[in-house]
Design a binder for this molecule. Structure first.
Ligand SMILES: [Ca+2]
Length: 237
């Protein structure tokens, strides 16, 4: 009996470890009512659709990845992304979304490029007033063109009409912004596991791993291997 109890204890430990690993992997941390995510923009079209564009920096439509003279861009989803490096860092401009209704607790997106507040950024406006902003990670020479996940808690704006602005008003080094895959979701970002409750873990276990929030390297198997080991291509052109 003792051996059986010991075996059960080991199994429980292993199951819990597996649950924790799976939980971190799929990042289901909200415990919300399970409303499906909605896509605000995936920037897969050849033009910006209902978004309005000003200036030269954003080009005529989403870029197919890296632009001439730019370090290799990765971390975006699909084939295209917003990339304001058209004609280099010296150009400026702005992309503005059509109005949309805030209908989930979080707005989540991929962002990279310059890290200059107010100058290389994406802003959320409610009634014309900026209520959230985000930048890329880079303010110094070097760095990386990798897009990373960021998220805003917007539950306090539920039901309100919002507008997104993607801004490039910087002209020096890292004077550009990259954005992709903007969604509304009830799920918190992966990485907030410390806030998980037992209900969250149960939810994570009861649902299959979701694929849509694993930004993939674009195509090349060797690039995917690099991503798995955390090494990024930092070679300039
Ligand atoms: Ca995309």
């Amino acid at each position: 009996m003792k051996n059986i109890a010991f075996t059960v204890a080991v199994l429980k430990t292993r199951i819990l470890a597996g649950v924790a690993a799976g939980f971190m992997l799929i990042g289901h941390a909200s415990g919300a009512e399970g409303r499906p995510d909605t896509v605000i923009a995936d920037f897969e079209g050849t033009n910006y659709g209902a978004w309005t564009v000003t200036g030269e920096a954003f080009g005529a439509g989403p870029a197919e990845g890296t632009l001439p003279g730019q370090m290799a861009v990765d971390g975006f989803l699909g084939k295209r992304l917003v990339n304001s490096f058209h004609k280099g860092d010296g150009t400026t401009g702005q992309l503005t979304s059509p109005p949309f209704k805030v209908e989930r607790s979080y707005i989540r997106f991929l962002i990279g490029g310059g890290g200059f507040a107010g100058k290389t950024c994406m802003n959320l406006l409610i009634d014309g007033k900026m209520v959230r902003t985000a930048t890329g990670p880079n303010t110094q020479p070097g760095g990386s063109e990798h897009l990373g996940l960021q998220s805003w808690d917007v539950h306090e704006f539920a039901g309100r009409t919002a507008v997104l602005e993607i801004v490039d008003q910087a002209t020096g080094g890292w004077g550009h912004i990259n954005v992709d895959q903007i969604i509304q979701t009830d799920h918190r970002l992966p990485g907030l596991i410390k806030e998980a409750t037992p209900d969250d873990i149960q939810e994570a276990v009861s649902e299959p791993a979701r694929q849509e929030w694993r930004p993939q390297a674009r195509d090349a198997p060797d690039r995917q291997r690099e991503n798995r080991t955390g090494v990024r291509d930092r070679v300039g052109r």
